[in-house]
Design a protein around this ligand. Sequence first.
Ligand code: CA
Length: 232
Amino acid sequence: MNEYKEMILVVEDNPQISNFITYALKSEGFSPMTAGTAQGALSILVSQHIDLILLDLGLPDFDGMEVIKKVREWSEVPIIVVSARDQDKEKADALDAGADDYLTKPFSATELMARIRVALRHLSMLNLTQTQPTLKVGDLAIDLEKHAVTLKDKPLHLTPMEYNLLSLFFKNMGKVLTTQYILKEIYGVGYGTDTQALRALMAGLRRKIEEVPAKPRYIMTEIGVGYRLVDV
Ligand code: CA
């Protein structure tokens, strides 16, 4: 009965939404804390151990985006942005500022829990890549030490660029990667606008890893934002 309960900080100024989230978290065995302002959130973050942050972007004192930037100066704690703004640009900005994922209001408790589990799993996955070179989703496996990829236990021949792209997704399992972030990681600074090249690279990779490239099961497109490798 001594099971560890993950501490989740809910940063939300709307009491109704905050109560809904807190209730859902408690019933799933998490330990929630709440803050109604950005300042309140930051003072909790510097004094307590928090495992994950659910962050509303529209806060009364300052913008949630500023909270992400501040937290990222010292912490890698997963941040899921909870926002009423369903604009792609803001989602992408939040992700580029260092958020791990986003949820658009209104959302269900089930959806919320699924995202939280992915974000927490991503963190343990990150630790895993440091000790264990082989990672797997479905029939797809990657050996980060040998730079080898297999599909259904058969070696898959990828170009170096395709490999770099796929390994980037594995290292960020479950997380939405923005087009800008991928471009920077794959092509380096200065190539940040060549979305066409990325689309071509992605199409090539999908032809090799997906059974039906038009209906991908591994790397999903997040329209207007980027891509995500899903846990299948
Ligand atoms: Ca708000």
